[in-house]
Design a binder for this molecule. Structure first.
Ligand code: SAM
Length: 287
């Protein structure tokens, strides 16, 4: 352990046998809190998603401490040993590469096991890309849905996209730069191109920007731009004014399904006209 009490935030010792879940910056290293610095400096051990990433933070703040790797590939093996050390009275900090551990990052299994084994857990909060982007978007933020990365399997993915298209609450999504165009096309298909959206790019970093205001304009802009950096996507809820467009998209999908199932265009349109507020002719036009 390192004892440097020259700064006030470094005076508080971590408690014995406690698992500290420590939030780290999502880009700007100055976002590391003084409480986090104190904990990282004084715990017995830091469990890091990637020790090379955590070293960058450690060297910026001149912190020296013991690190082990703890990631999605080795966490299963390492959890028993970490719990044993906590039970012996060692204090351990859990960090991911960036942001809050557990949020689309390793850690929840460890925290859960610690709690069920009566080990004390304390969260030292830091930035989380989802929350930073939500707040920066200006969309309703008091009730929201966080979906993280959409599943890869087509049917699971389409189920969530349908939920997003219908949901009146703001939705938050994570996506990598090389898949963002595909996600935007899917969002257009399910929610309509005029659905309001904000793409939070490179939050807290030098080239941070918010890109909007709707799916169509973001798709068009990305056709003219190299897409690099990290992205969090904020989709505004399905407002009443958007219901008409959404209804057409949904009827069109139902129509396709009925025709694929063997119904004639005429029979499918007649059936859907009874179930929706569109006329048979309007449904024909959709086809
Ligand atoms: N645990 C992290 C958190 O609390 O934000 C999230 C980890 S997840 C593996 C990484 C994803 O978060 C990225 O693919 C991106 O969607 C989002 N993200 C992380 N940093 C970001 C940033 N600076 N700007 C925008 N999105 C970011």
């Amino acid at each position: 352990m390192n004892n440097n009490s020259s700064l006030s935030h470094r005076n508080i010792e971590p408690e014995e046998g406690v698992l500290y879940i420590v939030g780290t910056p999502i880009g700007n290293l100055n976002d590391l809190s003084s409480r986090a610095i104190n904990i990282l400096e004084n715990v017995s051990l830091i469990a890091c998603e990637d020790t090379r990433q955590t070293k960058k933070i450690m060297s910026k703040f001149k912190i020296k401490n013991n690190m082990i790797s703890f990631n999605k590939f080795n966490s299963f093996k390492k959890i028993p040993n970490i719990l044993e050390n906590l039970s012996k009275g060692y204090s351990i900090a859990l960090v991911s590469d960036a942001g809050m551990p557990n949020i689309c990052d390793p850690g929840e299994e460890l925290v859960n096991k610690a709690r069920t084994n009566n080990i004390e857990t304390v969260c030292i909060p830091g930035p989380c890309a989802a929350i930073v982007a939500l707040v920066a978007s200006g969309y309703p933020a008091s009730k929201f849905v966080f979906e993280g990365f959409l599943p890869k399997k087509k049917s699971d993915r389409e189920k969530i996209l349908t939920e997003i298209s219908e949901n009146q609450k703001t939705t938050i999504l994570y996506e990598s730069p090389h898949r963002i165009n595909r996600l935007l096309e899917e969002l257009k298909e399910f929610c309509g191109g005029s659905r309001e959206i904000q793409i939070a790019r490179e939050l807290t970093k030098k080239f941070e920007e918010m890109i909007g205001p709707d799916i169509d304009s973001v798709i068009n802009l990305f056709k003219t731009k190299e897409i690099i950096g990290e992205f969090t996507i904020i989709v505004k809820g399905n407002a009443k004014s958007q219901n008409e467009e959404f209804n057409k998209i949904k009827v069109k999908k139902d129509l396709q399904e009925l025709i694929e199932a063997g119904l004639s265009l005429s029979a499918a349109s007649k059936y859907l006209a009874k179930k929706s507020n569109l006329s048979k002719n309007e449904i024909y036009d959709l086809y």
